[in-house]
Design a protein around this ligand. Sequence first.
Ligand code: SF4
Length: 523
Amino acid sequence: MELATWTYEGPPHVGAIRIAASMDGIHLVLHAPQGDTYADLLFTMIERRKTRPPVTYTTFQARDLSGDTAEIFKTACTDAAERFSPDVLLVGASCTAELIQDDPGGLAKTLGLAMPAVPLELPSYQKKENWGAAETFYRLVRACAGSERRDRPESAQRVCNILGPSSLGFRNRDDIEEVKKLLDLLGVEVNVIAPLGASARDLMRLPDAGFNIVLYPEIAGSAAKWLARIHGQELVTIVPIGVGATRDFIADVARVAGVDPQPALAAGERLSWYSRSIDSNYLTGKRVFIFGDATHAIAAARIADEELGFKVCGLGTYTRELARDVRIAAAQYGVEALITDDHLAVEDAIFAAQPELVLGTQMERHVAKRLRIACAVISSPVHVQDFPARYSPQMGLEGANVIFDSWVHPLMMGLEEHLLQMFRDDFEFNDETQASHLAAVAPKGYGTAAVDGPEPVSTHQDIKLQAAPEALAWTEAAEKELKKIPFFVRGKARRNTESFAVERGVNPITIETLYDAKAHFGR
Ligand code: SF4
């Protein structure tokens, strides 16, 4: 058992639904208890899909458990096959149905359906949503693309598939457009984009392309590796998020396709100049904590470090399957990777790192709000506002522009930050209030402490501090002195001073302790 208030990923069958919902002519029959249809809302509300996802739930109830649940599954299968007549039927079980062991695959086989049924093994108690999506996509690709290697004309080397974009994927809709633009500049043709928008017939055509571009390894990694092994298709695995990564992506596609990278390399974006322009000077060295799925977290760390001049003070992921990649990336920035799906561990790590900016998922946005740290969302899981109506890719050249704006926006603007350090007693623009350019969307007091309120503290840490046997005290003068430190580094100063005081058995903390700690940590 594990206590969990928030989970970064749903169960693996939600991943399976994502693949079915991404594609045309695929239907999923899910053996699941009454109530599991909640998953529909992810698609119809968060993604604002106009139609129900193509899933038939068996919705068995408690009283059915004493009867024949296998019969319920078989009836649901036959009905779905008749009513929707899909090209391929996926069959699987949710967590509760896994326990009753009805074997959806075996049962579907006995029905003599008019279409192929692809069975899904979704171990709900060991694996999660992205794994479920990857496994479902892999099974479908295997079933449709066939295991016989085909001959390809030489010209196929300039033809690629784009693998990974899916329903409920963070900004996937617009990322595809950006990647297509780059491929267009390179003169590379797109054969199939899958799973998003693809049909079973499209999956059958996958082996016709010379190579595969894996945009989201969490979803398409295993299918792409299988295609490489069975159909000899080369892989491009560089994810084009950020200017540097986009340029590397262009170079790699050009190498594999045997084309000239220059036309695509010559196309510009605005991030490079914006981040070099004088107004971005104050961004240099800002401490940033990054957490998300592995792909987006690794990409964000590179942009933060190489393109915006931030200091990466924390990097982590909930994607255990790609933990190794995140560890390697974290080592480059001199931090230890945080591999966890426990949001409280992430909250603790953010609190300890005292960043000035958090780049994370919806969960980190909640944590950052409590800690009053600026935050931008870079990865799923996300709420409805991160499926925007406007064009907002993360990938490619326009993606870099979008990233520059959305990461810098939550930070205090340079001039205001400077003025606050000089005139901190202003009744309106004091350092206990939010950045003034955000006040228009958040009224004063919303998400901020009252002027005389306590330092921001996480509720989780709050509980821990309350439980501490002996609380540290600050003299009034020391508290006053602490307030002279700019608000965005004050938290760190407080923590350092307190740990310095605890180590030396000093209590209460005086102005001298504050300066001794500063000298100690400044060494
Ligand atoms: S089957 Fe799984 S997802 Fe569905 S209600 Fe039970 S625990 Fe939740």
